[in-house]
Design a protein around this ligand. Structure first.
Ligand code: G6P
Ligand code: MG
Length: 221
């Protein structure tokens, strides 16, 4: 008998969603908050640099901002203070968030995915994920939340998604990941999941699937 090398593709039962830039456009608030901090530090910052911050933890994001910093070297205490300052600006912006900040398209699509029997989870590097979900009334839409409070390594490490799959009681191979960050697609693939790119990651060659709108997810899975 001939030996066939079959790729085992497991039936997909779960979908893990990144939060910022996928379900809500807090990525704009992140940009504005970092911009404010960068201006105070006299550091150049633009949308292109901001794209490198997608999916990256707060402290790692600060290091990227500081690549162009020309002042006296900063110690860890000063860096923590800067990150905390950015977070305060950011959290003040988050106070404006309302259920209306989640599109009808996103809500009905999530509902349809549930109807099709998928288990849904959040896989976000953010430590503010639960606050955001609460503000926009999306906490109840997910069976599991894996975020910046339960991980040690940020994307491209698959940790946040592996935890999400575990919280859903699924194997990574049974999950799709929806991401707007290139590092998020890398993380999904490193974890053995299927990476669906949206937004900034919709043109990423490593994405297994690419969508131009949220509802397009319904036709690619
Ligand atoms: C998400 C965003 C990143 C952000 C990270 C940490 O992954 O895409 O831009 O830096 O969360 O967010 P936090 O709310 O914990 O500062
Ligand atoms: Mg994102």
């Amino acid at each position: 008998m001939r030996h066939h090398h079959l790729v085992q593709t497991k039936e997909k039962k779960g979908i893990i969603f990144d939060l910022d830039g996928v379900l809500v456009f807090t990525d704009q608030y992140h940009y504005l908050a970092w911009k404010q901090l960068a201006d105070e530090l006299g550091v150049y910052f633009d949308e292109k640099i901001n794209n490198r911050l997608r999916g990256v933890s707060r402290m790692d994001s600060l290091e990227i901002i500081l690549e162009r910093y020309q002042g006296e070297p900063l110690n860890q205490v000063q860096k923590s203070e800067l990150a905390e300052k950015k977070n305060e600006i950011y959290r003040n912006m988050l106070q404006q968030m309302r259920p209306a900040n989640v599109s009808a398209e996103v809500r009905s699509c999530l509902k349809e995915l549930r109807r099709r029997g998928f288990r849904l989870a959040i896989g976000s590097s953010s430590k503010n994920a639960k606050l955001i979900l609460e503000k926009v009334d999306l906490l109840g839409a997910f069976q599991a939340i894996s975020d910046g409070t339960n991980i040690n390594q940020s994307k491209p490490s698959p940790e946040v998604f592996l935890k999400a799959a575990e919280f859903l009681r699924l194997e990574p191979e049974e999950c799709y990941v929806v991401e707007d960050a290139k590092v998020g697609i890398d993380a999904a693939k490193a974890g053995g999941m299927i990476g669906i790119g949206i937004g900034d990651a919709a043109t990423y060659e490593k994405a297994d699937m690419k969508v131009n709108s949220f509802s397009e997810i319904l036709s690619v899975i």
